[in-house]
Ligand binder design. Structure first.
Ligand code: AKG
Length: 277
């Protein structure tokens, strides 16, 4: 359980670092499972990315991934590279489709924290393993998570779990303390009317990146991220990877916006944590 001081810090800063949240047996299980997913899926994704109509196929591959487990490549990776080292991330329904990630995601500890920070019906909408591969791990541009995962009122909350140490050398999270208090920028990542692709809508926000602080984390730490908290991560040019498991939750009492890129088919709707744990 969080202390009152931790809850206050989260509310005033927009993020909170919780040390030693995961124990090593969970981390090992999660890493092993990610490896076996990579082994079974990377050839499928390689064939998708070598298709002739690359833009169309990769749009579909991404847009249909909300209810699947799919691997996405690093931008700097060529598919001839070691397939494991070329994968940027696995997403986006590990929590609902993979038994190891399901157990880790629908945990009593995460549920307790989610309710303490104000989600009355914690509901997981998205899961990802981000690898930040050595030398080629890509930059994640400054953003607010609610731009991508929108509810009205906003309730998106990130649960970022370090599966390896994350520091300034291998591209740890960075963020602007208190930035969530300015609210969500008028900028949304939405499906186009025909539902077949995605686009940004609104005016591109400009944040003062000089205000970013590093959010270094040790293996096993959990970082909570308010949906309006401005954060990013730099490229990884170091020889070490930087694995993380990231869940995004919403408050299930609010409507999931029908224009969000991530949509589930009717027979696989988002699950309320309380119904699973
Ligand atoms: O892990 C990272 O480098 C960035 C993750 C992130 O920004 C997010 O999940 O919202």
């Amino acid at each position: 359980m969080l202390t009152e001081q931790e809850i206050n810090t989260y509310q005033s800063q927009g993020y909170l670092l919780i040390r030693d949240f995961l124990d090593s047996s969970h981390i090992d299980a999660c890493r092993q499972q990610a490896m076996s997913i990579l082994e079974s899926q990377s050839s499928e994704s390689a064939s998708v990315f070598s298709s002739i109509d690359q833009t169309r196929t990769s749009d579909d591959y991404f847009l249909d991934s909300g209810d699947k487990i799919r691997c996405f490549f690093e931008e700097d990776a060529s598919i001839q590279d070691d397939p494991f080292r070329s994968i940027n991330k696995i997403g986006h329904a590990l929590h609902d489709l993979d038994p190891v990630f399901e157990k880790m995601s629908y945990s009593r500890d995460l549920f307790a924290i989610a309710t303490q920070i104000g989600l009355s019906i914690p509901t997981i909408v998205q899961s990802q393993v981000i690898f930040k591969q050595p030398r080629i791990g890509g930059k994640v541009m400054p953003h607010q998570d609610s731009t991508f995962l929108y509810t009205d009122p906003q309730s998106c909350t990130g649960f970022w779990m370090a599966l390896e140490d994350a520091n300034v050398h291998n591209g740890c999270l960075m963020g602007i303390p208190g930035s969530h208090r300015s609210g969500l920028a008028n900028y949304r990542f939405v499906r186009t009317k025909d539902g077949l692709s995605v686009t940004f809508e609104g005016s591109v926000p400009h944040w003062d990146v000089s205000e970013m602080v590093t959010l270094e984390a040790k293996k096993g730490d959990l970082v909570l991220l308010d949906g309006s908290f401005v954060h990013m991560s730099h490229e990884n040019r170091s020889p070490n990877s930087r694995w993380a498991y990231i869940l995004h939750m919403i408050d299930g009492q609010y409507n999931w916006d029908e224009r969000n890129w991530l949509q589930r088919p009717p027979d696989m709707s988002f699950r309320r944590m309380v119904d699973v744990i």
